[in-house]
Design a protein around this ligand. Structure first.
Ligand SMILES: NC(=O)c1ccc[n+]([C@@H]2O[C@H](COP(=O)([O-])OP(=O)(O)OC[C@H]3O[C@@H](n4cnc5c(N)ncnc54)[C@H](O)[C@@H]3O)[C@@H](O)[C@H]2O)c1
Length: 351
């Protein structure tokens, strides 16, 4: 492990305050012989000094293209558009294997530079279960924002906050409502249930069994719905434009945590643009009203809790980087996606 070099990059998205490695876990990695370079980042929820104190080297934001070739660049969200050729191994959420917008362009950049995407979404155990995920907090926040909006208490623009503050807002919110969580047995689903519980709402919970023969009437009879489904093969849409036009629709607030916009897996294919922190809610219908919340960086609203949980889950994988079968599976997935586009991938240096 002595030559392992991780490079924690600054996130270019200005609202992204999370990090995949928190200072206490950086310290564990350093103690285990891992060299860590941390790009200074004005928005990261943990100060750069905390990484320095943990034994990391510090550099300027955005320096990763000039990192040593053996360095593994670690981040969360999208890379900047430059450089055109990606030469390193990159650990982050690439959103590149489900035909999403920009997916092919990203894979082409890796092919051009000979680097590799080790996509965190595909870091799985030998049963295919995700090893590190933000799902719980995504579901928690999707449901929390939906309840607060439905009850007339959502303050915008959204800003990151501490969990205790969000809990207090949920407990203070009032108003009868019926809620449905789809994908309720998953990580986001359990987060959504936790937020609804905090708000005093006991939701209807559906997962695969309940949507196999979908009762759209029952779905539309809820005031609020939270979609937290993760599907890997296309399924018929849960709702279409036509369903939203049903005059007897009771549904008023829809939080789509999944936000599979533009993907063939999208179970809610009636909108094509996400919402954001400045404008978290978009009105889809006027009579009767229907409001959509479709934010793709929900856990960033609770950056400390989300980062800490994620980093805890990722740490054993980073400590086991050389031998871990999970990273090999990640690399295989990248190569398969590249080959499907007839792109050539290069052999990586043997660690
Ligand atoms: N908006 C955000 O900021 C954000 C952040 C993190 C994750 N996500 C997304 O949230 C989604 C859920 O992630 P997760 O970690 O909870 O996944 P998960 O695998 O833990 O849970 C998904 C659940 O969906 C269920 N499911 C699959 N197909 C279904 C179907 N046809 N009908 C009903 N239920 C079905 C599964 O059985 C599972 O219980 C993913 O798409 C993920 O990308 C969004």
């Amino acid at each position: 492990m002595t030559d392992r070099h991780l490079w924690l990059r600054h996130e270019t998205r200005t609202t992204e305050r999370r990090t995949p490695i928190v200072p206490s876990d950086a310290r564990r990695l350093v103690e285990n012989g891992v060299r860590i370079t941390v790009e200074d980042s004005p928005q990261r929820i943990f100060p750069t000094e905390a990484y320095e104190e943990a034994g990391c080297e510090v550099t300027e934001p955005g320096r990763w293209p000039s990192a040593p070739s053996n360095a593994v660049i670690v981040g969360l969200k999208e890379l900047p558009d430059e450089p055109a050729e990606l030469t390193h191994r990159h650990v982050f959420f690439g959103h590149a294997y489900k035909g999403q917008p920009g997916a092919e362009a990203l894979l082409r950049r890796f092919a051009a530079g000979g680097g590799a995407l080790l996509d965190l979404e595909y870091l799985v155990d030998d049963q295919g279960r995700r090893l590190a995920a933000f799902g719980f907090w995504a579901g928690y926040l999707g449901a929390a924002l939906a309840v607060l909006h439905h009850r007339g208490g959502l303050q915008t623009p959204l800003v990151p906050m501490a969990k205790e503050e969000m809990e207090a807002r949920l407990r203070a919110s009032e108003g009868d409502l019926t809620a449905l969580v789809i994908g309720a047995l998953g990580r986001s689903g359990s987060g959504a249930r936790a937020a609804l519980d905090e708000a005093g709402v006991e939701p209807t919970c559906w997962d695969v069994a309940e949507t196999r023969d979908l009762d759209k009437g029952a779905l539309l009879a809820h005031d609020l719905m939270v979609n937290t489904v993760l599907t890997t093969s296309p399924v018929p849409p849960f709702l279409t434009d036509k369903d939203l036009d049903a005059p007897d629709r009771r549904l008023r607030t829809l939080a789509d945590v999944t936000v599979d916009v533009g993907s063939p897996m999208n179970v809610l294919p009636f909108y094509d643009t996400t919402t954001d922190w400045d404008h978290p809610v978009r009105r889809l219908r006027e009579h009767p009203p229907l409001d959509l919340i479709a934010i793709d960086n929900l856990p960033s609203l609770l950056p400390r809790e989300a980062s800490t949980d994620f980093s805890t889950a990722l740490l054993p994988q980073l400590l086991d980087f050389r031998t871990g079968g999970a990273w090999g599976r990640c690399l295989d997935r990248f190569r398969r996606a590249s080959h499907e586009l007839s792109l050539t991938t290069r052999e990586l240096p043997d660690d």
